[in-house]
Design a binder for this molecule. Structure first.
Ligand code: MIG
Length: 685
């Protein structure tokens, strides 16, 4: 059951696809209070209550005990104390012995989620706008709640199948030669690879929709020659458009009156990579159409995937704020006291993403002029929407890969996301593991982090462990920042071990793709907290470092430096598959309970419920080379069971579920001896 309550006159966010009549208060489960423009929802929590949701945010799978803020931010330093990341996913589930419901705040402004921060027993949720649609979802289980949320907000984005291949990326690849060398090195050593990302260095002076001519051939030639190597190019697109007459996107946008305005009616400008930029007012349909059409030449030149960046939108500084900083610096010139120093530092440190700047321009929403901060969290989602709408117009027969940095609920229908600028830190292995199930709950199934870590220098063992998580994340991309240590697999002495990890990904790829597509097409979750499968099992409910994957699997990666294994809690009997390569693995049937699993640096585990299979295909160095007719099924069975494998052409934007399923019937392997039931069965479909 989904109920809606409306406060004030909220703007249309495009997050919700279901139209419901608004009910009148009282709102169940919460006490509601108002102060000024704000609306606050308060609820007492029982000791055992858990909170799931909020998608992209720091800390645990269970969000209880901390304070979070919905305010999309370009945050480079993801420490535990950061309260906002790049996205706002305002869906939260309350789950406990006496409660089971979800709450969605369809509100694109700033929201504070004090989830037991001020008082551990109280959740206090405050909308600053105070103009919102509040949805309350009640179902009989966590799984059904997730499904109901998707019914409310629409089906998850479907990427092309090749996007499940390995992607190599780096900020700093500045020309064709570098890309060729990277691709060649992968191919020469047999390291699987499907795509490379082009970061801002491919552009002419960082200008969107331009192509650097001194170090790159014409785009269509480049895509063509890379396709011969079975490699796709994924260029980055930033949000800001350089203010420069004669630059076509600026001229056409200016002519169409497409840019966000300041109060005096002039275009709002702020510095980002190319210099002073204007920002498309993407809440307007005609502006999305204009902006989306800018992707056309790239699509026509053979580009099949994009990543959208800087779309919080990130602002380095505005001319006004910079002026003010200099004025403040001038004021204290010559004074030697330490307070002046802090004052000076503050004047310059507060230049980027300054809240004042977000209050200084306007966007048009539903025909009304809105101050940007009231609709701030929609900016990234509207950029994703502009691109996706264009793809549907320009290449309706295909799925185009799209992943964005900033997002809002609703964007999950139009694209995937990556989790932004993580670091090469061990703690960030756990961070992504804890984010993924909550992202899935909020509808974002196609996602992944920068494997190896974006900021600072990675290490060989850290990269190896990152890749072992990446084997299971839909988006599997190695990405790193400018000036950090080279992070391609082949740079490391243990590259052959990492190559085997990637080979496992490719052997599993048709199976993982199938699990993903079944989840996406049935409004389910690819990754889930254990609580969703074992709501009665207290240990499982509070497990923070293991995830359910697809119908029958569980992952429990190594998250610590120099660990040679880890403890795993099995909520039921499961088969451990300890992978070293697609050909070299152990199959260990384990009983429900606690186990210590030995996992040397080259080993990683996958757990499977009884009477569920894991399917391995013969593998390949790129997705098109994968054979999805011949499999080895690994399982632990005590009876004959069936399993549905999903296969399609990997391109159809609207594939049905049922017509693509093949039902497999699998039996305990008699040859394995009585009582064992562990099987390695060849399958030809
Ligand atoms: O201000 O394009 O998150 O992935 O490499 C940094 C350069 C801009 C931020 C993205 C990152 C990308 C980088 N970008």
């Amino acid at each position: 059951m989904i109920r809606k309550f409306t406060f004030g006159t909220p703007v249309t966010t495009d997050a919700v696809v279901l139209s419901l009549p608004a009910e009148t208060e009282p709102v169940p489960f919460f006490s509601v209070s108002r102060s000024g423009e704000q609306v606050t929802l308060t609820r007492k929590m029982a000791d055992e209550d858990c909170l799931f949701g909020l998608g992209e945010s720091v800390r645990g799978i269970n969000k209880r005990g901390n304070l979070y803020r919905s305010w999309n931010s370009d945050i480079f330093n993801h420490t535990e104390s950061v309260d906002s990341l790049y996205a706002s996913h305002n869906f939260l589930v309350f789950f406990g012995p006496d409660c089971l419901f979800g709450i969605y705040l369809d509100d694109p402004g700033r929201i504070t989620w004090d989830l037991g921060f001020t008082r551990m027993d109280t959740a206090v949720i405050t909308s600053e706008n105070g103009q919102l649609d509040l949805y309350l979802l009640e179902e009989s289980s966590l799984t059904e709640l997730a499904r109901a949320f998707r019914r409310l907000t629409g089906r998850s984005y479907l990427p092309p199948r090749w996007a499940f291949g390995y992607i190599q990326s780096r900020w700093g690849y500045a020309g064709e030669d570098e890309f060729r060398a990277v691709v060649e090195e992968h191919r020469k050593r047999g390291i699987p690879l499907d795509a490379v990302c082009l970061d801002i260095d491919y552009m002419e002076d960082y200008k969107n929709f331009t192509w650097r001519k001194d170090t790159f051939p014409p785009l269509d030639q480049f895509t063509g020659s890379m396709r011969q190597e079975h490699i796709r190019l994924i260029p980055i697109i930033d949000a800001g458009i350089l203010c420069q007459e004669g630059y076509p996107p600026y001229d056409s946008g200016k002519a169409g009156n497409c840019f966000c305005k300041k109060e005096d009616g002039s275009d709002f400008t702020a510095a980002v990579w190319p210099g002073f930029c204007v920002f498309p007012d993407l809440l307007r349909e005609e502006v999305r159409r204009w902006f989306g059409d800018l992707y056309r030449p790239l699509l026509e030149a053979g580009v099949e995937g994009f990543w959208n960046d800087m779309n919080e939108p990130a602002l380095f500084y505005t001319p006004e704020r910079l002026e003010e900083a200099f004025r403040r610096a001038e004021e204290i010139r010559g004074s030697g006291d330490y307070e002046s120093l802090w004052f000076l530092k503050d004047a310059f440190n507060s230049l980027p993403n300054n809240p004042e700047d977000y209050r200084s321009f306007y966007q048009e929403a539903d025909g009304r002029l809105m101050r940007h901060d009231k609709v701030h969290n929609l900016y990234g989602a509207s950029m994703t929407r502009a691109a996706a709408e264009a793809f549907r117009r320009i290449v309706p027969e295909k799925r185009v890969l799209l992943f964005s940095r900033s997002s809002f609920v609703g964007a999950h229908r139009n694209g995937g996301i990556w989790t932004g600028d993580n670091f090469s830190w061990w703690s960030h292995l756990k961070l992504v593991l804890q984010m993924l199930p909550n992202l899935n709950l909020c509808g974002f199934l196609f996602s992944g982090c920068d494997l190896g870590g974006f900021g600072c220098n990675t290490t060989e063992d850290l990269l190896a462990r990152f890749l072992q998580i990446g084997v299971f994340t839909p988006l599997m991309r190695n990405h790193s920042a400018l000036h950090t240590r080279d992070q391609e697999i082949f740079r490391f002495s243990a590259w052959e071990q990492m190559k085997e990890t990637l080979r496992v990904r490719y052997a599993l790829l048709p199976f993982l793709y199938s699990e993903f597509m079944k989840a996406a097409l049935s409004d389910g979750m690819y990754f889930r907290p254990l609580a969703f499968d074992y709501p009665e099992d207290r240990r499982a409910v509070h497990t923070e470092d293991q995830l359910m994957l697809g119908e029958g699997c569980m992952i429990a990666p190594v998250l610590e430096q120099n660990a040679s294994g880890r403890f795993v809690y099995l909520p039921e009997d499961m088969l451990l598959i300890r992978f070293r390569s697609p050909e070299d693995y152990d199959l260990v049937p384990l009983e429900k309970g606690d186990h210590y699993i030995d996992l040397s640096l080259r080993e990683f585990p996958l757990f499977v419920k009884r009477n569920h299979p894991v399917l391995l295909c013969p593998g390949g160095e790129y997705t098109e080379a994968l054979d999805d007719h011949t499999f080895t099924a690994l399982y632990w069975a005590d009876r004959t069971f069936s399993f549905d494998l999903y296969r399609d052409d990997g391109q159809d934007p609207d594939p049905g579920l049922d017509s693509h399923l093949t039902r497999l019937s699998l039996s305990p392997d008699a040859s394995a001896g009585p009582g064992s039931g562990v099987a390695i069965s060849p399958l030809v479909l």
